[in-house]
Ligand binder design. Structure first.
Ligand SMILES: Cc1cc2nc3c(=O)[nH]c(=O)nc-3n(C[C@H](O)[C@H](O)[C@H](O)COP(=O)(O)OP(=O)(O)OC[C@H]3O[C@@H](n4cnc5c(N)ncnc54)[C@H](O)[C@@H]3O)c2cc1C
Ligand code: FES
Length: 271
């Protein structure tokens, strides 16, 4: 599906934590075609908002064939502007962009590992998995955050999808006291797991190496700085592995076009 530019009308804006907001947007053309793991480049609609490049944001959920949701953590002027939009206002989107997650064709054990706002694309993925071939009892969702406040609302939303959720917090204010990656030790080693992950780069590196070690299929959604989102500026490059990757004598992977979702083995984690 070729990406296109469109205006999206804000239908709702829910505060999730002090700096995380969930925007519901009416944008039928996108809602009908967006896959889990794909993203949009967003900015103010014509004549509104600060004079900034578009910002990449994952598709957090598709509610029906007209509405999508974005989960936005305010870290600077772009996210502050988009997260601050109120019902009735419009923003401009380009999408759907990138390669999303590959969903399994058959049932099997699935583990979702999300860290902080990196959990955003995993929500749409989980709802699609549970609406398809994967049974709730075969799924484990591990969510990590700095504190309970960062993660409780999202944990409740994942549970509402029917997924069993375990959480880890850095300060021990809820769930396991420690890193979310340490929850991977709770997966029964005798079984094979298909793992999907998104979050801070060091977290995904740990998840990827853990899975590669066990020969479990693992897909990660990388977040890099992105200026264009359409493979024109080369600003999103990460070292790749294999014949076309840097570690295999080749070069870089472009997260906006070849990703943001990669097989764990495609990324040269050590570089
Ligand atoms: C494919 C993709 C999907 C994303 N999905 C989401 C999402 O669903 N929700 C969400 O809140 N954010 C998401 N992000 C990150 C988001 O795009 C950035 O936080 C945003 O561009 C920052 O813009 P800003 O103007 O608010 O802040 P800026 O002033 O541009 O940046 C503020 C600070 O954040 C750092 N920063 C900016 N972008 C990134 C990044 N990608 N990774 C790490 N640090 C960064 C900057 O270096 C700077 O220190 C995604 C990024 C990518 C590449
Ligand atoms: S963001 Fe410009 S090439 Fe990927």
């Amino acid at each position: 599906m070729m990406p296109f530019k469109c205006n999206a009308e804000v239908r709702g804006n829910e505060k999730i934590t002090g700096d995380i907001w969930r925007l519901t947007l009416e944008v039928p053309a996108l809602a009908r075609v967006a896959s889990p793991g794909q993203f949009v480049m967003a900015k103010g609609s014509k004549g509104s908002g600060p004079p900034l490049w578009r910002r990449p944001l994952s598709i957090h959920q598709v509610l029906d064939d007209a509405r999508i949701q974005l989960l936005i953590k305010v870290v600077g002027p772009g996210t502050e502007f988009i997260a601050g939009r109120r019902p009735g206002e419009t923003i401009s989107l380009v999408g759907p962009l990138g390669r999303g997650f590959v969903l399994p064709e058959q049932s099997g054990n699935v583990c979702i590992v999300g860290g902080g706002v990196g959990t955003a694309p995993l929500f749409y993925l989980t709802s699609r998995l549970l609406g398809g071939s994967v049974k709730p009892e075969s799924v484990k969702v591990f969510l990590g955050g700095a504190t309970a406040t960062d993660i409780m609302v999202l944990a409740k939303d994942f549970k509402a999808l029917g997924a069993p959720v375990e959480i880890a917090t850095d300060d021990g204010s809820a769930g396991y006291h420690g890193l979310v990656t340490e929850l991977l030790n709770r997966l029964e080693p005798g079984k094979s797991w298909r793992v999907y992950s998104c979050g801070p780069h060091p977290m995904m590196k740990t998840v990827a190496l853990y899975c590669l070690d066990r020969q479990w299929p693992c897909q990660v959604s990388l977040e890099t700085l992105m200026a264009c989102g359409i493979s024109a500026c080369l600003g999103c490059a990460v070292p790749g592995r294999g014949p076309t990757g840097l570690a295999g004598g080749g070069g870089y992977l472009h997260v906006c076009k070849e990703g943001p979702v990669f097989e764990a083995g495609e990324v040269a984690w050590e570089l």
